[in-house]
Design a protein around this ligand. Structure first.
Ligand code: EPU
Length: 417
């Protein structure tokens, strides 16, 4: 199994170009199921999770051609409506095929995703929403079996703003009869990007990016070409790494408009964040001061940046409290950071008190989920000595060419096979 080895202490400097967003690309690729023809996506990152959804689409009968960040999916050959356990267990976002399959074929069978390392992650709101549009849902033998003769537009109120739940319902409602109004929707930029893509395919979706999304159903969607938006979490990860190493890094091709929560917090730590036409420049040469963090749905501070920010707080002056409100088990990096000398106490399950220390020291550590792994990379970059990160397949799920990008910024980082 691959490992990543980092000899810490180098200050990052230079330019890094941000890839397409994993969490935008996944629903976009799933939306190709809605089209009886070829949909083309550009700026698609080369990641394990993207390979997983392509495998799933191919298993359903679609044809995928790709190269150079371009993926062409021909959904005309889809002849199966079952997303098997083996594919779904590798990636929970496979649940995103449920709505599109149901909308196009009137039947979908998708393995029920189990809990995952970061929490229970139920999909009850996806299912209640589909039922509101007329679907009958049964859970049998570990599968969600959804059937409908005709989807009819309706009001759907989400108890919590769920990202993939909002995306699933939005895609389904594009082919329903009449109008669907989704309330208390998630407002993440990836949802707006999906709505824009669906509209290019001929759908009528309004209000995405706000809490209320209205979808007027249409007869069919048509082929289109769609560009994947930049990955705000990858950008944020490089920005934090720049600040943590006292570096000077230009993060190119990101969209600062979508990163207000991250930029605001970085500035509170004393880092300089300058926005310019090609992206952001982060300088961390003034020392880091502590700040408190509470994760919230967008436009609040993203849970997907909590672990990386925690590393910054471990070497800050002062104490900070980090409150994780989205997932119940998203502090798995804490034990590993403690092994590197961080002073962190977890209380009540979702509060971490971090007392800044002068230095972290390199150690052998274990990656447990995607963003926790990214935090261990940043910790390795700032620590004295060598850090070896095991189970890097978690990183490969969501960061394209991570070690190459960090090497180009001056980090001493390599993959060991
Ligand atoms: N929830 C329910 N019932 C549901 C759906 C969600 O109770 O039916 C709860 C969840 O347990 C959680 C909260 O609602 O407490 C929000 O979860 P959400 O549904 O928004 O998460 P998700 O759609 O499964 C996406 C991202 C995650 C990201 C979260 C939160 C994708 C493919 N995944 O997950 O990304 O952390 O939103 O922003 O978009 C990652 O990239 O590392 C990652 C985990």
């Amino acid at each position: 199994m691959d490992k990543i080895e980092i000899n810490g202490g180098n200050r990052l400097a230079g330019e890094v170009r941000i890839s397409g967003a994993k969490n935008a690309a996944l629903p976009l690729l799933a939306s190709s199921i809605l089209v009886n023809g070829v949909t083309e996506f550009t700026n698609v990152p080369d990641l394990m999770d993207i390979r997983s959804i392509k495998l799933l689409l191919e298993d359903l009968g679609a044809t995928c051609e790709d190269g150079d960040g371009r993926v062409r999916i021909d959904g005309s050959g889809i002849n199966k409506v079952e997303a098997a356990y083996d594919l779904v267990r590798k990636m929970r976002a496979s649940i995103l095929v449920l709505g599109p399959l149901l909308a196009r074929f009137g039947h979908a069978r998708v393995s029920l995703p189990g809990g995952c390392a970061i929490g229970a992650r139920p999909v009850d709101m996806h299912l209640k929403g589909l039922e509101a549009l007329g679907a009958t849902i049964e859970i049998e033998h570990g599968y969600i079996d959804a059937r409908v003769d005709r989807l009819i537009g309706n009001e759907v109120y989400f108890d919590l703003p769920t990202v993939t739940g909002t995306e699933n319902l939005m895609m389904t409602a594009t082919l329903a009869t009449g109008t669907t109004v989704l309330r208390n929707c998630a407002r993440e930029p990836e949802i707006l990007a999906l709505a824009d893509a669906l509209n290019r395919m001929g759908a009528d979706v309004k209000g995405a990016g706000t809490a209320v999304i209205t979808i007027n159903g249409v007869e069919a969607l048509k082929p289109a070409t769609v560009e994947v938006i930049p990955d705000r979490i990858e950008a944020g990860t490089f920005m934090v790494a720049a600040a943590a190493t006292g570096g000077d890094v230009q993060v190119l091709g990101c969209d600062p408009e979508n990163m207000g929560g991250i930029i605001n917090k970085l500035r509170q730590t004393g880092a300089s964040v300058e926005i310019f036409d090609q992206g952001v420049r982060v300088k961390g040469d003034r020392g880091i001061v502590s700040t408190d963090i509470k994760t919230l749905p967008y436009p609040g501070f993203p849970t997907d940046m909590q672990a990386q920010f925690m590393v910054l707080m471990t070497i800050a002056q002062g104490n900070s409290v980090i409150h994780e409100t989205i997932f119940e088990n998203r502090f798995m990096h804490v034990n590993e950071l403690q092994r590197m000398g961080a002073d962190i106490t977890v209380s009540g399950g979702n509060y971490a008190r971090v007392r800044g220390v002068a230095n972290l020291s390199g150690a052998e550590v274990m990656a447990s989920d995607l963003r926790a792994s990214a935090s261990l990379v940043i910790a390795g970059l700032v620590a004295r000595g060598v850090t070896t990160i095991h189970r890097v397949y978690h990183i490969d799920r969501g960061y394209e060419a991570l070690e190459k990008k960090f090497s180009a910024l001056g980090a001493d980082i390599k993959r060991i096979r």
